[in-house]
Design a protein around this ligand. Structure first.
Ligand code: FAD
Length: 317
């Protein structure tokens, strides 16, 4: 079922989560162990992230360096199929522009369609760690809006092979990312919102936000989107802060702010157990206000951990 239909049919805020594929060599059972305790909150869908290859340099016997491409977390499509099969709920694969030609993207989408996957989150992806900026493949999509356009075309039966006759249209519900604190590459918020609007005009049906710790930025984002003419569901992304290190790693990785009030409280915590409790309390307050504001879904970023999410969700679902 499509995410927008889940939202349309619901009479209250829904619970959902995003998981990351296990590292290569780990069992999918570990992933199910994370998801199992959260099933009591009846998530109608689970997102599965996509992770690009990384380059490592290995020294050969002759002293020269060999560049090797490795994928540390493969398996997004397989995990989506496994989730749908195991829990009988929708899985939403993240698909990215980086590393894919348009042809490869089309073939991946055909696989997803055949697996009965109805939803995709269309993203550009970040640059490979060893590269200074994002570089699309030669025949690939450069921005998420290009990817949305490609999927929307397939939804009309318009495949890349122009000679195809009477091709069956796919029927994907397309989600995209939104940034209440602005995408870090955008020179200003207005610029970023214009491109968000472009993704919507091309066929995106819902938006999932980057994590934020201050609801005011989300509410302002909703207002700004409305002014821009964006009228599709905007799902807030929630991440409970859990360690002292998060104060520096979350802003660095996700380009977001930790509000001063939260930062000062984290600093006062004597250990990570105390930070975790604070993160749960902060998360509960955030979620209470968001539910009061009738957000369609509370979407939790698990990043491999589900215990704090369980404590927060238990208050509301
Ligand atoms: P875009 O919408 O393409 O925007 C990228 C930047 O370019 C923005 O600054 C925008 O303003 C600008 N822009 C957009 N279109 C144009 C244009 N046509 N011309 C000029 N400028 C333009 N990354 C992963 O690798 N895997 C994941 O699974 C993943 N999941 C994510 C889930 C969520 C909910 C979010 C919020 C992010 C996720 N990311 C993931 C990270 C994401 O890939 C990065 O934030 C990336 O840098 C931008 O992706 P985007 O889809 O927002 O890009």
């Amino acid at each position: 079922m499509k995410i927008v239909d889940h939202i349309e049919n619901a009479d209250k805020t829904l619970f959902s989560l995003e998981i990351i594929p296990p590292k290569k060599g780990d069992s999918i059972r570990n992933l199910f162990d994370q998801i199992d305790p959260l099933m009591e909150f009846k998530p109608p869908f689970i997102d599965v992230t996509y992770h690009r290859e990384e380059y490592v340099y290995k020294e050969r016997e002759n002293g020269l360096l060999e560049k090797k491409s490795i994928k540390k977390r493969p398996g997004t499509v397989g995990i989506c199929a496994a989730i749908q099969n195991h829990y009988q709920i929708d899985a939403v694969p993240h698909i990215i522009c980086g590393g894919f030609s348009k042809e490869e993207t089309e073939n991946a989408l055909i696989d997803l369609d055949f697996l009965g996957i109805d939803n995709v989150l269309a993203l550009r992806g970040d640059n490979i760690k060893s590269e200074p900026e994002f570089r699309p493949e030669k025949d690939g999509n450069a921005y998420a809006s290009d990817l949305v356009e490609q999927i929307a075309r397939m939804n009309k039966g318009d495949y890349l092979d122009e000679e195809l006759q009477n091709a069956i249209p796919s029927n994907f519900c397309i989600g995209v990312a939104g940034y209440p604190e602005k995408h870090f590459e955008a020179p200003n918020m207005n610029f970023d919102l214009n491109w968000l609007k472009k993704k919507v005009d091309l066929g995106a049906e819902y938006i999932v936000t980057q994590m934020f710790f201050d609801n005011k930025v989300y509410f302002k984002f909703i207002e700004d989107c409305k002014e821009m003419g964006i009228n599709i569901p905007i799902i807030p992304g929630i991440k409970p802060i859990a360690t002292h290190k998060h104060l520096t790693t979350l802003p660095k990785i996700f380009k977001i702010d930790v509000p001063q009030e939260l930062e000062q409280q984290v600093v006062k915590c004597k250990d990570n157990a105390a930070v975790r409790e604070l993160g749960i309390e902060w998360g509960i307050q955030q979620c209470r206000e968001l539910i009061e504001a009738n957000v369609p879904v509370l979407h939790f970023y698990s990043m491999g951990k589900s215990d704090a999410i369980h404590k927060i969700a238990k208050e509301f679902f």
